[in-house]
Design a protein around this ligand. Sequence first.
Ligand SMILES: *[C@@H]1O[C@H](CO)[C@@H](O)[C@H](O)[C@H]1NC(C)=O
Ligand SMILES: *[C@@H]1O[C@H](CO)[C@@H](O)[C@H](O)[C@H]1NC(C)=O
Ligand SMILES: *[C@@H]1O[C@H](CO)[C@@H](O)[C@H](O)[C@H]1NC(C)=O
Ligand SMILES: *[C@@H]1O[C@H](CO)[C@@H](O)[C@H](O)[C@H]1NC(C)=O
Ligand SMILES: *[C@@H]1O[C@H](CO)[C@@H](O)[C@H](O)[C@H]1NC(C)=O
Ligand SMILES: *[C@@H]1O[C@H](CO)[C@@H](O)[C@H](O)[C@H]1NC(C)=O
Ligand SMILES: *[C@@H]1O[C@H](CO)[C@@H](O)[C@H](O)[C@H]1NC(C)=O
Ligand SMILES: *[C@@H]1O[C@H](CO)[C@@H](O)[C@H](O)[C@H]1NC(C)=O
Ligand SMILES: *[C@@H]1O[C@H](CO)[C@@H](O)[C@H](O)[C@H]1NC(C)=O
Ligand SMILES: *[C@@H]1O[C@H](CO)[C@@H](O)[C@H](O)[C@H]1NC(C)=O
Length: 379
Amino acid sequence: MRLLSATCGRNSGESRGSAHGSGMMSLLFFLAAVLSCHGCPEKCLCSSQTVKCQNQGFGAIPDSLPNNTRILFVTGNNIPRISSDSFPVQLEQLTELYLSGNELESVDAMVFHNLPNLVRLDLSNNSILNLSKRALPDDNKLQILNLSRSFHNHSRLDGLLSVLQSKKLLQLTSLDLSNNDLVILPDHPFINLPNLVNLTLQNSSIISVSNDTLNVPALRDLDLRDNSLRSLPYSTLAEFSLNPGLRIRLGGNPWRCNCLMDDMLLWLKNFTHVVDKQNLTCAEPPALKHRPLLQVELAQLKCSGNLESVLETSYVFLGLVLALIGVIFLLVLYLNRKGIKRWMYNIRDACRDHMEGYHYRYEINSDPRLANLSINSDV
Ligand SMILES: *[C@@H]1O[C@H](CO)[C@@H](O)[C@H](O)[C@H]1NC(C)=O
Ligand SMILES: *[C@@H]1O[C@H](CO)[C@@H](O)[C@H](O)[C@H]1NC(C)=O
Ligand SMILES: *[C@@H]1O[C@H](CO)[C@@H](O)[C@H](O)[C@H]1NC(C)=O
Ligand SMILES: *[C@@H]1O[C@H](CO)[C@@H](O)[C@H](O)[C@H]1NC(C)=O
Ligand SMILES: *[C@@H]1O[C@H](CO)[C@@H](O)[C@H](O)[C@H]1NC(C)=O
Ligand SMILES: *[C@@H]1O[C@H](CO)[C@@H](O)[C@H](O)[C@H]1NC(C)=O
Ligand SMILES: *[C@@H]1O[C@H](CO)[C@@H](O)[C@H](O)[C@H]1NC(C)=O
Ligand SMILES: *[C@@H]1O[C@H](CO)[C@@H](O)[C@H](O)[C@H]1NC(C)=O
Ligand SMILES: *[C@@H]1O[C@H](CO)[C@@H](O)[C@H](O)[C@H]1NC(C)=O
Ligand SMILES: *[C@@H]1O[C@H](CO)[C@@H](O)[C@H](O)[C@H]1NC(C)=O
């Protein structure tokens, strides 16, 4: 009876009570108990309606789970695949299922079809390659989905996206996609999650967030810390502004503090959405490295391709062109040096002749006795 009362939570009171009754009654209750709920699976711990099968080297979900199980932990085992056989009996009361750390690779169609009231599903810390979009029943009641540390290859995300976009997760409020290798989010990944309130994308190698990515009206908590964001486009900031209740975390990203950061800096100063804005620091350029973004002046946000340096380079270019023209000019002079010499001599000779003629005439003119002669010599 001890064992049974430990394994079948809700029936335990009845079972224990019956032990004080007649032997016949006790036997009846014992049989009823055996029929109504299986015993606790071997190597698992069962208390109340919680069953824990942790770090026991299970290769599959243990069968013969008590049918009144409400919370099930099968964690830290080695279960590469779960399929429609994994939960062969309907577990009407199961609301929380924890399957983290099982080296799970494949989550097949119909796996959770016998768990119609599942509210919280934890598939974190696995290596999921295949995730079927038919794993959950169409009318599921899932509210919390934990896929943290589950996707290590961003080329294997199509399954995840088809689940998120399947229009089946209508009651989902919390989605944890942290510590994954996501890199780029496709268009509208969360648009079919109308009740999504908490979204964690921390440490998921994300390099950009477009305005369409996070067009999720119900969203209240968005964690984008520790990604690879260098900037956010103005259209994304504008989208954030439309959702006044949104709380965003952006710390731990390598912000590039150049001239394109001015929109975001103004936005950060003007709006209160970013709760950790004091924690944002520049990673580039080297002069501003580690500087808190809010302490950077707008005038310090420069681009290496901006007007000043364009002007500078055009001056340098102009100088080079002028120097080239000068060199060509000198070269022409050098090649023509004989002609130029001749030309110089000609000029010099012409000058000398002229000067001599002038000098002679002057001498004649200065001697009145030779005045006539000078007139004749001019002729
Ligand atoms: C458990 O299963 C038995 C029959 O196998 C059924 O009578 C009982 O109602 C079930 N209990 C729950 C909580 O589903
Ligand atoms: C992830 O699971 C492995 C076992 O598969 C375990 O050793 C490790 O501690 C877990 N890591 C976290 C962060 O839970
Ligand atoms: C998801 O699971 C991890 C452990 O693997 C835990 O640290 C984290 O808090 C969980 N997230 C949610 C939203 O429960
Ligand atoms: C994943 O699914 C594809 C088809 O959807 C299949 O070809 C492949 O074998 C599956 N891989 C695993 C590990 O189950
Ligand atoms: C990711 O998956 C692709 C194809 O599915 C494979 O070629 C690649 O090696 C994988 N990368 C890692 C790091 O596992
Ligand atoms: C960040 O995610 C990677 C996997 O993408 C993981 O290996 C690493 O431990 C995570 N970092 C932290 C601090 O959790
Ligand atoms: C969202 O997360 C916060 C803590 O980060 C928690 O207090 C809140 O209850 C969560 N909301 C929902 C709907 O899960
Ligand atoms: C996103 O921005 C583009 C232009 O930057 C705009 O055409 C589009 O309508 C925006 N989408 C949303 C949902 O605001
Ligand atoms: C600051 O925000 C208010 C509304 O909160 C808006 O009217 C104003 O134009 C914003 N200023 C700048 C510089 O963005
Ligand atoms: C800022 O960063 C520090 C250290 O990483 C952390 O302790 C603190 O909680 C962060 N502040 C906010 C508002 O997140």
